[in-house]
Design a protein around this ligand. Sequence first.
Ligand code: TPP
Length: 594
Amino acid sequence: MTRRLLSGNEAIAEGAWEAGVRVGVGYPGTPSTETLESLVRHEDVHCEWSPNEKVALEVGLGAAMGGVRSLVTMKHVGVNVAADPLMSACNTGVNAGLVILAADDPSCYSSQNEQDSRFYAAFARIPCLDPADSAEALDFSRRAFEISERFDTPVMLHETMRIAHTRTMVEVDGTRADDAPRDYADNIGKFVMMPANAVRRRAVVDERTAELEAWAEDCGLNQVEMRDKGVGVICAGAVYQHVREALPEASTFKLGLTWPLPAQALAAFATSVDKCYVVEEASDYLSLRVRAMGIQLATPPAAPIPVAGELNPALVRASFGVEEPAHQPAAKDLPPRPPAFCPGCPHRLVYVELRRLKAVVTGDIGCYTLGAVAPYRAVHSVIDMGASLSMAHGMELAGVTERTGRPVVGVIGDSTFAHSGITSLLGTVYNGGVGTLCILDNRTTAMTGTQGNPVNGVTLTDSSHKIGPLDNPTGKALDLPVLLRALGVEDVAEVDAQDQKAIRAALKAAVANADQLSVIIFKSPCRLVDRRTKPAPQIKDCRKCGTCIQIGCPALGRAADGSAVIDPTLCVGCTQCQQACPFGCISPVAPKEA
Ligand SMILES: Cc1ncc(C[n+]2csc(CCOP(=O)(O)OP(=O)(O)O)c2C)c(N)n1
């Protein structure tokens, strides 16, 4: 046994490895991403990124059916994408263990919405485990595989951002369970979900549910901690830690298994305390179920628990009317730092030009979503991965361009295009749609930490992907222009995303040609994968027009007299400001003579 400080995600990877997992597969998404990035360090596990979460779950299910334990990772919105195979995998069951990590993001720190994945576990009727710290994350991860095999079902391992990213002490065993594959045998009645079999499997799921409900009462994953009998709190995951800190005297029913819930044990707990509460964050998942069991829940004396957003001890104290302990208040005068494209980001100039065009932009999810904020304000919808291209088609069908005189442009990143943009585009081509679509190919999945993707061919096992170069990926890189033409797009252009004039010309040409479908690939590597820099340029005789400031580079600011200044510690020498200056006042520094 060694003691290690691990994040929840690292601990889940460790637990899966100890459980003998052989295949790890997922699609990046905060806060789940580091799980596979940790697991891949174990050379005896095959790990890969899938183009999206549906594919990942199907790969994991195939591996489990084939007889090896598999871990599939995704963020909460990824579960929506994977919901189709999930809702049938719960019927087929598995062969070897299959565990699905669903990582939620209450407060939307890095997400387009806030949703509680445990509803999916209940919907699919698969066991759901909810660790409250990294030690439990490791333990539950290991046990999830045993539960999966024992009950012949996929198991959901649920966590939130606070568990995923907080490092706590873990005793690491370091021994790996026997990972010999289980035999594979054809089983058409179990694995082929055509109607007659699906109906029969439904009965199997009903039986399994009854078994799980009985097992839940005494499964060893839940803990009743009796303290003051006046107040009893039912909670799970990170919220348990907040409750312990805010209400140290309260009795707690800590749920480690959040589906199915142990109805009898919860009822017994509720009757053993004067007042029973459910404390949970951004969800009514637990309270709905506990109330449905006929258990009467009290409302906190001072204020209801917030219905949205992440909880913390202060919010729990506020609801229960407990005074805040004296502590140093956080500095209030820190300047706000709105998110911005990095200096040299290849997305920037595309948005400068889209703003100039007054385009209605259907956007998508990635770093380039920042085109919606100042100074660009050039993105007008962002819904889910892949939506940009299909929504542009919808806008076209609504006649937006004819009615507003503004071109409609769909904008999507390379990873997002591979995730779900391809089918969106296919729909537009198939139905004879027209308009302008842009693929911002920055050669990486920048938003979630520069993971590889099918467009650049960099695989999860490529150790070089964090620092580039991208010349020798071990995977097969997608040839975007060839794919686009194969899909039926006739007007395909490739443009350097660092060349403002070329961007302007390409966009102008595409939107002028309103009767055809044009796809422009704006290509240039993200500054996080290509870190080569040049010296900052110099500004001479600035006319103070502010045009360069309007490109929104964090390295550019204004001096007291209004003239533009460059912060050489931030500048990467990309020349974007040079190109933007209408008066030629910004020029490269002449190289020093030897
Ligand atoms: C269904 C789903 N899965 C994962 C994510 C997390 N996520 C947000 S954007 C993104 C990929 C962005 O990559 P890319 O499209 O290449 O744009 P970039 O960030 O590089 O500009 C991911 C994985 C998500 N929001 N939704």
